[in-house]
Design a protein around this ligand. Structure first.
Ligand code: UDP
Length: 195
């Protein structure tokens, strides 16, 4: 798929529908490992300032534009992106697919009570969803206990809400240790779900 480079980040020229049908679904079906960055302006700015975060973001398999400013910047370059894709919507679509097709999900991040309420809300929205596990987001990055918990759970999808720069850094650092799984940073999405 074609990309357009904005501030050293390669954004996929895809619609959300194309992303789901042509990229994420096949990866799930084949049990492959993928790193998705839904880059909002905050992420793009952080990547500009912080070289190690930039390197983490650049390891993504798919980077999509989660901000109208990025879509506008692509227009100005004369290489338009078809649409803005909100990270929250990608997560919601993935949860739907997971429930329908039996893929399991791990929810990593946010404060313990937020994480718990978010997972409760996910269960309410998707009663048949397989929850592989959950863990709050306030642990030491060098402590591998959480990593081991995720690995043991062997999830098909891992939603990571650790804020910037921790979420993409955590994924980029540990991705190689997983055989399969869609990994994506979801920012404040657990807070939204928890209400
Ligand atoms: N968060 C976390 N661990 C941290 C920092 C943040 O789990 O060390 C969670 C936070 O509780 C929230 C989410 O990450 O649920 C996004 O946080 P915030 O909006 O502060 O982060 P940003 O993405 O704006 O940096």
């Amino acid at each position: 798929k074609e990309t357009v480079s904005i501030m050293d980040i390669d954004f996929l020229k895809v619609t959300k529908n194309e992303l789901m049908k042509e990229m994420l679904l096949p990866a799930l079906v084949n049990g492959e490992r993928r790193f998705i960055v839904t880059a909002n302006p905050e992420i793009v700015m952080k990547a500009r300032q912080d070289a190690s975060y930039r390197q983490a973001v650049q390891r993504a398999d798919y980077t999509i534009a989660d901000g109208i400013g990025i879509v506008k910047a692509a227009d100005w370059k004369g290489e338009p992106l078809p649409e803005r894709i909100a990270g929250y919507d990608v997560m919601r679509n993935l949860l739907q697919i997971a429930e329908e097709k039996g893929y399991s999900c791990f929810f990593l991040g946010a404060a313990e009570e937020v994480n718990e309420r978010a997972v409760q809300e996910v269960k309410r929205l998707h009663p048949n969803l397989k929850i592989a596990g959950r863990h709050h987001g306030f642990f030491e990055l060098k402590d591998d206990t959480v990593l081991e918990q995720v690995k043991t759970a062997n999830p098909d999808m891992v939603f990571v809400a650790l804020g910037l720069p921790r979420q993409e850094n955590w994924i980029a650092k540990h991705l190689d240790q997983f055989e399969k799984g869609l990994f994506m940073g979801v920012g404040g999405s657990f807070d939204v779900l928890a209400g």
